[in-house]
Design a binder for this molecule. Structure first.
Ligand code: ATP
Length: 230
């Protein structure tokens, strides 16, 4: 279980999270929903210690991690698949994947799970990351995160900007990472239909705080219309 309790988080003097309390059940997907700019990315960045300052409790299992450096949180088992994927275009696929291992100080090898999930990447290890399609870059960003052998994956809008016919493949990978490989996943996602299909629990974010949360079956259309309609 990864949980945040009464967390405030800041960029300079600007407060982006307010009294955020949210929990991802062990081995489950937590869907994180809300309009643009409400603090979903900031929530993931706060878990990794990537905002300027935060207060409150963050625990992974029974271990408090809020005071740890970012690399120590990675070593504790948290990996990040950021919005926009952040592939290094001039690095090869191999180099992009191995960077994830450096983040956690682990072994400098491609994890066994990658060939099983992403055969295309393994067949093209020497190609530069920059020539890949959006969907292939998303696969690469996920493979890079897996290289630090995480227990928990933080995924920020993994299907955003991906060709519609490839979106279902990425969604299936996310579901497999959870159901077959047991990863706990915090999934920021605009596609409510996918969240309902994949997640066990949800948190609806508004103004930097969780205004609704619970089992996915309790996410109503009224909540979606109230907090996500533009
Ligand atoms: N680096 C930063 N410096 C200062 N303010 C920031 C920074 N990043 C985000 N913010 C502010 O924090 C608030 C939350 O932004 P955040 O990106 O977390 O929202 P979001 O829900 O992920 O939105 P989106 O769906 O557009 O990514 C916004 O008001 C935003 O302007």
């Amino acid at each position: 279980m990864l949980s945040l309790s009464n967390v405030d988080s800041f960029y300079g003097r600007s407060q982006a999270l307010h009294d955020m309390t949210v929990a991802a059940p062990e081995g489950a997907i937590l869907g994180i929903l809300g309009r643009n700019g409400v603090g979903k990315t900031t929530l993931l960045r706060t878990i990794l210690g990537l905002t300027d300052r935060s207060e409150g409790q963050i625990t992974l299992g029974d271990k408090p991690i809020a005071r740890l450096a970012t690399h120590e949180r990675a070593r504790a088992g948290i990996a990040y698949v950021p919005q926009g994927r952040m592939i290094i275009p001039d690095f090869s696929i191999r180099e992009n994947i191995l960077m994830g291992g450096f983040a956690a100080g682990g072994t400098r090898r491609i994890p066994d799970i990658v060939p099983e999930l992403f055969p295309y990447l393994i067949e093209n290890l020497d190609r530069p990351g920059g020539v890949l399609s959006g969907g292939q870059q998303q696969q690469l960003a996920i493979a890079r995160a897996l290289a630090c052998k995480p227990r928990v994956l933080l995924m920020d809008e993994p299907t955003e900007g991906i060709q519609p016919n490839i979106v279902a493949q990425i969604e299936d990978i996310i579901i497999r990472l959870n159901s077959e490989f047991g990863l706990t996943i915090l999934l920021v996602e605009q596609n409510v239909h996918f969240v309902r299909r994949a997640a066990k629990a949800f948190a609806m974010i508004e103004h930097g705080t969780a205004v609704e949360s619970g089992a996915i079956e309790t996410l109503t259309d009224e909540m979606v219309n109230k907090h996500m309609a533009i």
